[in-house]
Design a protein around this ligand. Structure first.
Ligand code: SAM
Length: 264
């Protein structure tokens, strides 16, 4: 999970797409036609899942700048895309998000990124794009619900939450605090902010994603450090057995956020 391989991003894309809040997407769709040739900045774009999910709501003539520090992921992005009623050209930038060296845009967006960044980074981002709308999808909000209960859920998930707060290269990560802090900072900056849950609710048909998520939890540095190895191993095999037997319920809390400037 910490390594954003193309395989991991591909595995999560379908669950992400169906989990995004449709109400916020419709708000964006209503906002977009007032702008022609919309410029969009996608931060931490990976292999382009945010673009594929969002572009169909933003009309014709979109110009995307997609930023990521992983050239292998960027290489997967096409130069242009289109569908019924929408078209987009795409320029990729291979850059570290710590640099802030990217163009102004009509819309600033990111998906599955905010939990990795620090509060300071987020404040800088908002300050550097005064008046630009922000759409942040699928930020982890720290909630994890697992059924049936297991005695080691508490220690394993607490250690995992601590791991999410560790630095991922952009200062101390917001982890599960990300959606609430983003909402507060944007309101303080004068935005009208709407948020909605976009939880992963993983069932039997998502077995590969659930297995990768469970394995990622047990591989997290803080879990390995804080929880006895035999407890972690037992927890994982028990959870994989639940999954295999079709009795695992797994909800991973995420939130979407749309911030529009009050003036329009
Ligand atoms: C969880 S993935 C999300 C990718 C994509 N937005 C999606 O929804 O599939 C986080 C992305 O942020 C990128 N990333 C993380 N830290 C970065 C940094 N410091 N500079 C640039 N990109 C970064 C990773 O390479 C990865 O592609």
């Amino acid at each position: 999970m910490g390594d954003f391989t193309a395989d991991w991003l591909a595995l999560r894309e379908a669950a992400d797409a169906r989990s995004r809040d449709r109400g916020l997407l419709r708000l964006l769709e209503t906002w977009a036609p007032e702008r022609s040739g919309l410029s969009v900045l996608d931060l931490g774009c990976g292999s382009g899942a945010n673009l594929r999910a969002l572009a169909p709501y933003l009309g014709v003539g979109q110009r995307w700048t997609a930023v990521d520090h992983d050239p292998a992921l960027l290489a997967r992005l096409p130069a242009q895309l289109s569908g019924a009623g929408w078209s987009a050209t795409l320029e990729t930038r291979c850059a570290d998000l710590g640099g802030f060296d990217w163009p102004a845009a009509d819309l600033v967006t990111a998906s599955a990124l905010l939990d990795l960044v620090s509060e300071r980074w987020l404040e800088d981002l908002i300050r550097r794009h005064p008046g630009a709308p922000f759409y942040f999808a699928l930020s982890i909000d720290g909630r994890v619900e697992l059924a049936p209960p297991h005695a080691a859920d508490g220690p394993v998930l607490d250690a995992f939450a601590a791991d999410l707060r560790g630095s991922k290269g952009l200062g101390q990560a917001l982890g599960g605090e990300a959606p609430a802090r983003a909402e507060d900072l944007l309101r303080e900056a004068g935005y009208q902010v709407a948020t909605a849950a976009s939880d992963w609710n993983l069932g039997r048909e998502d077995a590969a994603l659930a297995e990768a998520w469970l394995s990622g939890v047990t591989a997290a540095g803080e879990v390995q450090k804080q929880v006895e190895k035999s407890v972690v191993t037992n927890w994982l095999s028990s959870r994989l057995e639940d999954l295999e037997e079709g009795r695992l319920g797994l909800r991973v809390g995420h939130r979407d956020l749309l911030a529009l400037p009050l003036s329009g």
